[in-house]
Ligand binder design. Structure first.
Ligand code: GMT
Length: 379
């Protein structure tokens, strides 16, 4: 198949999923065309079967807000026509599904261009509920040829909040289990870059937006550090980074916490950790926790959104109420001081990731979904 993929190419879970999906599909022989405003950050630009089309957004003094969604629709229709795409797959409903709808209409009578919308989370739970976006998002979801969501929670939320009556297929997020795996023999050497041999390593990975409650990660670590010799690696960047740095410094933890910024190769970093901290206000899925689990690193996380569909409390990780920094810290400290329990939880986490969320299991579900959409759009 020839598939056009649009996503937010910068740091964020939906862009990661879209990019990894494109890479996996290309590896299975499909031709993939990314149509985005900049090259998705996990692409090297050298992958076989993957093409990148930038969306140029021309500014003009009259435009206080350059109309990106229109430029995107234009580029989608051009790429679809010139490269004979079979379908478009847009990740994150706003504004991508609206642009895809316009592109489909622009080509009507000349070329069929069905489009699939994948809902990721804040497109529904936050942004989509804003009155200025809700009606048009609901419309574009209804007009999509196929809609998927990354968890049952998000499907339910979309049905309830948007009053969507069309079917939504749940296709969960996935991880490449050949890339995201424990480090094996090189682990001790990799850990030595961040901690001394008697110390434990905790890791937080996010885009440092308020919904991630990055300060809670610091609060949890501050409590753990009073009991367990440990280090915290903060991976990612975003609006709450400087507040987190300030908190770390004000607690005198600057020699125990390292801010690593945005990292391209998180699969090299995750497996050095003993535990992942994901204290989010909301996660429709929690991709960072899945990536850690595949590396045999269990997550201390919040019981929100789709996280319970991923993490089995007490078996493959531990779940707490939002803001329960005391509970998270106590559980983490206990786990870190019990090597056998920590290792067993890591094993169970990895086993669950491999059994349910490996790319090799999930990508064929997207392929079958596309085939159904194409069959339907032929009639
Ligand atoms: O959480 C974010 O701020 C980023 C957002 C995105 O769309 O880039 O993440 C959402 O999609 C991810 C990939 O499907 C999920 O793993 C995240 O749980 C989800 N975030 C929220 O629901 C808050």
């Amino acid at each position: 198949m020839k598939i056009g993929i649009t996503c937010y190419p910068t740091y964020g879970g939906s862009g990661v999923v879209a990019t990894e999906l494109g890479i996996e599909l290309a590896a299975r022989g499909h031709q993939i065309h990314f149509i985005t405003y900049s090259q998705p950050f996990r692409l090297t630009g050298r992958e076989e079967g993957i093409y990148y089309h930038e969306v140029p957004v021309t500014n003009y003094p009259l435009f206080e807000y350059p109309p990106y969604d229109l430029a995107l629709a234009t580029r989608m229709s051009e790429v679809a026509e010139y490269y004979e795409l079979d379908l478009l797959h847009v990740h994150y409903a706003i504004p991508h599904s609206v642009s895809a709808l316009l592109a489909r209409q622009m080509l009507a009578g000349r070329k069929r261009l069905p489009f699939v919308t994948t809902l990721h989370g804040t497109d529904i739970t936050l942004v989509g509920l804003d009155r200025s976006y809700l009606p048009i998002t609901r419309f574009a979801i209804a007009q999509s040829d196929g809609v998927t969501s990354i968890s049952s929670y998000l499907r339910q939320k979309t049905v309830e909040d948007f009053d969507v009556r069309r079917p939504i297929e749940v296709i969960p997020n996935f991880v490449n289990c050949d890339e995201y795996k424990p480090l094996g023999e090189g682990r001790a050497a990799a850990r030595a870059r961040y901690a001394s041999s008697g110390e434990k390593i905790l890791l937080h990975l996010s885009n440092f937006r308020p919904v991630k409650r990055v300060l809670d990660a610091v609060e949890v670590f501050a409590r753990i550090a009073t009991k367990i010799p440990s280090r915290l690696l903060m991976v990612g960047d975003g609006p709450d980074r400087s507040a987190a740095e300030w908190l770390v410094n004000s607690k005198g933890l600057q020699h125990r916490v390292q801010f690593l910024g945005k990292q391209d190769r998180v699969h090299d970093l995750l497996p050095v950790a003993d535990l992942m901290l994901m204290p989010s206000e909301l996660e429709s899925f929690g991709l960072a926790a899945l990536e850690a689990m595949a590396c045999r690193v269990p997550a201390i996380a919040t019981r929100v959104g789709g996280v319970p569909e991923l993490v089995e409390d007490g078996l493959t990780g531990m779940l707490f109420a939002v803001g329960d920094v005391e509970g998270m810290a106590a559980a983490a400290a206990e786990l870190l001081s019990d090597e056998a329990k920590l290792a067993a939880m890591g094993q169970s986490a990895q086993a669950a990731a491999r059994k349910r969320f490996c790319a090799s299991l999930i990508i064929p579900r997207y392929e079958r979904f596309y085939e159904r959409i194409l069959e339907r759009s032929e009639v």
